[in-house]
Design a protein. Sequence first.
Length: 181
Amino acid sequence: MKKILLLSLLGLVFSTNAIANSKFEPKCKTSGFDNSVGCSTPREYGVFVFDKPTVLSSVAIGGIWLKNEPRDIGLTISLGDISTIIKSISFNIDGNIQTFPAVINSSKSRHLGGRLWKSEGLVIIPMRYLETLLNNKDAKYRIVTTDGSREGSFYSVNNGNETEPVNTLKALLEKANELTK
């Protein structure tokens, strides 16, 4: 009986680890049109926001990578509780600030019902810069919109583990490096 219980618990632990790893695994697709390969994060995950105007004032970041543009990555940005146009995102890494403009016509807002809105945009950054960003524990961001800005800490640790945006983008980088070899 004890052996059966032990085997059941081990199976549960291993299946839980597999589910946790797949949570961050990028989704890749090959185009039927031109056989190009594209990978994206399974979803956008929230990053820490300083001085939220409301409880729902969130910032979430994800990523998109295309094999035919292997040196760049598209960061997808979502802002909760605001209808605005995203103009740019800046990162402060050890006092060095670099700004990346939003891709023209990528910014849009969606009405979620009631007074809730969600604004989304896309910026293109070099893969090497993303590697630097993910390896810096003090990196901060500022997203500039037509209605002001939101700022926060890009890299954070929760219970000793890196948060979802960091893990998800690291997994996307690993997949991109694997596919370009």
